[in-house]
Write a protein that binds this ligand. Structure first.
Ligand SMILES: Cc1cc2nc3c(=O)[nH]c(=O)nc-3n(C[C@H](O)[C@H](O)[C@H](O)COP(=O)(O)OP(=O)(O)OC[C@H]3O[C@@H](n4cnc5c(N)ncnc54)[C@H](O)[C@@H]3O)c2cc1C
Length: 388
C-alpha cells in the first residue's frame, strides 16, 4: 500500500481546474499565520458590522470547507463524492450558543438530518456536538460534581432529554450517530451522558458513537474501563478516534489553574496513543466499532496494515476512515477507491454561524504546518499533471 496517497489524479478527481486553483490559493493564504489572524479578526468584525462580505466568504473559504447553508444545499456535493464512493457526514456546524432556543433548534435539525440520512446511502452517519444541545458551563459544573440549583437541574434534564430523543430516533431508524468531543473540562459530563445512551441503544450494534481525543493521555485507559463495562452489561461501543482540536486551550488552562495538563507530553506520545488505541479497538472488533478521524497518513496506513494482518475485510462495517471536507482528499479518495469505508465531515449552516468553525480550520492548518505543506505539494503536483 506504499504510495497509495500519492495518486493526485484520484485525490482531486472531483475538482475542476478552477476549484483546484482556489484550493491552492486558499492553502497558500492559510500557510501565512499573521494573515490568518488578521483575516479572522477582520471577517468577524465585517460580519458583526453587517458589511456585505458573505458573498466573498461563500465563494472562497466557505465553499471549500462547507457543503452549503442547509441540508438540501449540500446534496450536489454529497452525490458527487458518492460517485467516487466517498460518503458524507452532514455536520451542522453552528457553535457555542447560550440560549435555550438554539439548543431546541439544533435538536430539531439533527432529528431532520436523521430522517434525511435514512434515505441516503451516501450519508451513513449523523453527528452532533454536546454543546449544541446544552450550555458549556452546565456540562462543566456537572463534571466538577458541584451541586446544581433547581433551575439548573431542570435545565440539565432538558439536555438529557435532547440526547435521548436524538439517540432513540437514531436507534429506531438504525442510523449511526457520532457525538463530537470537546474541551476536557466539559467532556466528563458529556461522556457520562453518552455512556448512558450506549447502554440504552447499543445493545445489538454500535448506534451511538462517542469521541476519544488521544492527545489526552488518559483516554486509552478510559476506553479499556468502558470496554469492561460493555462486556459486563452487554452493550457495544462506538468510538470516533481523533487526536483532538483544543490542545492550546487545554495546556493554557492547566497552566493557569495549576493542574497537570491532560495533554500528552509530545506529538510523538499523542501519535503513539492514537495508534495504540486503534490497535486495541481492532483487537476487539466484535464489541467496538471504529471511526478513525484523522488526516495523518501514517495512522491511516497503520490501520490498513492491521486490518490486513488480522484478515479484516477492507469494507468491514465496523471500521470507517473519516476526514474533513476540504482537507486530505488524497487520503479519502484513494482509500475509497481501494474499497475502504470513508466518510467526510461536511459542515453546513448559515455563513455567519459557521465562521467559528472556519476560523478553527484555518488556525489548525496554520499551526499544523506540515499538513498545509503537504496539501500544497499535492495540489502543485496535480496542477503540473493537468498542465495548468
Ligand atoms: C472526521 C474528523 C472528526 C473530528 N472530530 C473531532 C472531535 O469531535 N473533537 C476534536 O477535538 N477534534 C476532532 N477532529 C479534529 C482532530 O482532533 C485533529 O485536530 C485534526 O484532525 C488534526 O489531527 P490529525 O490526526 O488529523 O493530524 P496530525 O497533524 O498528525 O496531528 C495534529 C494533532 O496532534 C496533536 N498534537 C500536535 N502537537 C502536539 C504536541 N506537541 N503534544 C501533544 N499533541 C500534539 C494535536 O491534537 C493536533 O491537532 C476531527 C477530525 C476529523 C478528521
Amino acid at each position: 500500500m506504499d504510495g497509495i496517497f500519492e495518486d493526485t489524479a484520484t485525490a482531486f478527481s472531483l475538482k475542476t481546474d478552477s476549484e483546484l486553483e482556489r484550493a491552492y490559493f486558499l492553502f497558500k493564504m492559510i500557510a501565512n499565520q499573521p494573515l490568518v489572524k488578521m483575516g479572522s479578526l477582520m471577517t468577524n468584525f465585517a460580519l458583526k458590522a453587517k458589511l456585505p462580505v458573505e458573498g466573498l466568504i461563500r465563494a472562497t473559504v466557505f465553499d471549500h470547507f462547507c457543503g452549503g447553508i442547509n441540508e438540501e444545499d449540500c446534496l450536489p456535493v454529497v452525490d458527487r463524492m458518492f460517485e467516487k464512493k466517498v460518503c458524507s457526514v452532514l455536520d451542522y456546524s453552528v457553535e457555542g450558543k447560550q440560549e435555550e432556543d438554539p439548543f431546541d433548534n439544533a435538536t430539531k435539525t439533527i432529528l431532520n438530518i436523521l430522517d434525511f440520512v435514512k434515505k441516503k446511502d451516501a450519508i451513513p452517519f449523523a453527528v452532533f456536538k454536546p454543546t449544541g444541545f446544552g450550555r458549556f458551563a452546565l456540562y462543566k459544573k456537572i463534571g466538577e460534581k458541584k451541586s446544581l440549583t433547581a433551575q439548573e437541574t431542570a435545565e440539565w434534564q432538558r439536555v438529557v432529554n435532547r440526547f435521548d430523543t436524538v439517540c432513540k430516533k437514531a436507534y429506531d431508524l438504525d442510523v449511526s450517530l457520532l457525538i463530537d468531543g470537546e474541551e476536557s473540562w466539559m467532556q466528563e459530563a458529556a461522556d457520562q451522558l453518552v455512556e448512558q445512551m450506549m447502554v440504552k441503544y447499543n445493545k445489538k450494534k454500535a448506534i451511538v458513537f462517542n469521541t476519544l481525543q488521544t492527545y489526552r493521555w488518559d483516554r486509552l485507559h478510559y476506553l479499556k474501563e468502558l470496554h469492561t463495562k460493555a462486556q459486563q452489561d452487554g452493550f457495544k461501543i462506538g468510538m470516533k478516534v481523533v487526536r483532538g482540536a483544543y490542545m492550546e486551550k487545554e495546556n493554557e488552562r492547566a497552566k493557569e489553574k495549576g493542574y497537570p495538563s491532560p495533554i500528552c507530553e509530545s506529538k510523538l506520545a499523542t501519535d503513539n496513543n492514537f495508534d495504540d488505541t486503534i490497535a486495541y479497538m481492532v483487537d476487539n472488533l466484535e464489541t467496538i466499532s471504529i471511526f478513525s478521524g484523522t488526516h495523518n497518513e501514517q495512522s491511516c496506513l497503520k490501520l490498513i496494515e492491521l486490518m490486513s494482518q488480522k484478515g479484516v475485510d477492507i469494507n468491514n462495517q465496523s471500521i470507517w476512515f473519516g476526514q474533513l471536507y476540504g482537507m486530505s482528499d488524497h487520503i479519502s479518495f484513494n482509500l475509497a477507491g481501494k474499497g475502504y469505508n470513508v466518510a467526510k465531515y461536511l459542515p453546513f449552516g448559515p455563513v455567519k454561524d459557521v465562521m467559528p468553525y472556519l476560523i478553527r480550520r484555518a488556525e489548525e492548518n496554520t499551526s499544523v504546518a506540515g499538513q498545509t505543506t503537504r496539501e500544497l505539494s499535492l495540489l502543485k503536483k496535480e496542477r503540473k499533471r493537468r498542465k495548468i
